[in-house]
Design a binder for this molecule. Structure first.
Ligand code: SF4
Length: 385
């Protein structure tokens, strides 16, 4: 009778770490699902205070999000993985080009979900096969507190801006995680190295922090431009500058970025026509044009109307009267969100008499209450009063 082949050894932290690095991940750490300290409580407090705005998906899974071990009680280990998306230049430089739209670094290349998920699945498959274990893969959209888990796994710490900071890679890490029933032990958690620095809190254009580690998403430009569906509160619009998708200020200013390196993933490098495209050109996109331009980009997920709302706010902030024609062309757009933002942009760019004349012509034809409110509202702070 043939002797059965010996079973391959169970995967260890070191074999998994080596395999993850081989798959292109830049950071790997191991922790236990229950190792997130007070982060769960802080999330519940954040939600109770309504600071998540209209990100209903956060509140919907609150209990499970707050306790990764409740999410899947059989899980014994979490492998947290990071992919460096460090930009090739200083992202804050884009903010001075006021007739062009600044796009957050993470959205300038291809959608990272596609790239990170494929690698997480490949790694998870090998663990499941060799370890005869169950595995689940999570990336961003799943109900998992990835940043506290990353800190527990030693990838970095949650800075005062609540994002992960790595001593090796600065602010620019995409995170994903693999939960498994295999007991892999844990790495040492990272300590907080913010010290007395609060550059991230000071730079925030909309004062979105109630204090260190306390963000109110409702005032954060990332939330307002990406997650928020309606009109953006009037008081915050002038503070958005030319940021049309996300905001990097608090990430980019962190001194730990002196250790950041440019990503090695060509897919994360800026694609043509995404960052710093002319606002006038973006304002002319119809639905098909928007989809074609942002194919494979995370920007596509917010849809053309919300994107044009952001572009029109940037046009209103541009101080460039030359862009008024681009806003005026959208006064009859099918989307009330777009029409309303066009009214606000014109209130900032046209001379008062020209704006009043336009209002007299358009207001009686407008049947959407919110857009009527934009016509009736304070005419912003016209640059040509
Ligand atoms: Fe403030 Fe921008 Fe950071 Fe949001 S992303 S908290 S708006 S600096």
């Amino acid at each position: 009778m043939a002797t059965p082949l010996p079973k391959p050894p169970l995967p260890t932290r070191e074999t998994i770490r080596a395999r993850a690095l081989g798959l292109g991940f830049d950071a790997v750490g191991f922790t236990h699902p229950a190792a997130i300290g007070e982060a769960g409580k802080r999330l519940l407090q954040f939600l109770a205070e309504g600071r998540h705005g209209d990100m209903g998906w956060m509140a919907a899974n609150a209990e499970r999000r707050a306790s990764p071990h409740v999410l899947w009680p059989e899980a014994r280990s979490v492998i947290v993985l990071g992919l460096n998306y460090g930009p090739p230049d200083d992202p804050l430089r884009a903010l001075s080009q006021v007739t062009r739209g600044a796009v957050s670094v993470y959205a300038r290349g291809r959608d990272y979900h596609d790239i990170i998920k494929a690698r997480l699945k490949a790694l998870a498959r090998s663990i499941a096969e060799e370890g005869e274990a169950e595995v689940k893969v999570f990336v961003d959209t799943a109900p998992v507190l990835e940043k506290p888990l990353a800190q527990a796994a030693g990838l970095g710490w949650q800075g005062k801006h609540t994002n992960l900071v790595s001593r090796e890679l600065g602010s620019w890490l995409f995170l994903g995680s693999i939960f498994t029933t295999l007991d892999l032990g844990t790495d040492d958690p990272s300590a907080d190295h913010c010290g007395r620095c609060q550059a991230c809190l000071d730079i925030c254009p909309t004062r979105a922090f109630d204090g260190p580690y306390q963000i109110d998403a409702r005032r954060c430009i990332s939330y307002l431009t990406i997650e928020h569906k309606g009109m953006i509160p009037r008081a915050l619009r002038p503070l958005m500058g030319n940021r049309i998708y996300g905001c990097d200020d608090c990430l980019a200013v962190c001194p730990w970025n002196k250790f950041a390196v440019t990503t090695k993933e060509s897919a994360f490098l800026p694609r043509d026509g995404v960052n710093l495209a002319l606002l006038a050109e973006l304002a002319g996109l119809d639905d098909a044009g928007f989809r074609a331009r942002f194919q494979g980009s995370p920007i596509k997920r917010i849809g053309r109307d919300r994107f044009l709302r952001n572009v029109l706010i940037a046009i209103g902030n541009s101080q460039s009267a030359d862009l008024a024609h681009a806003a005026q062309a959208l006064l009859e757009d099918a989307s009330a969100l777009v029409r309303g933002a066009a009214v606000w942009a014109l209130s900032r760019l046209l001379e008062r008499a020209a704006f009043e004349a336009l209002r007299a012509r358009c207001l009686s034809l407008e049947d959407d209450e919110e857009v009527r409110g934009e016509w009736a509202g304070e005419a912003g702070t016209p640059i040509n009063p």
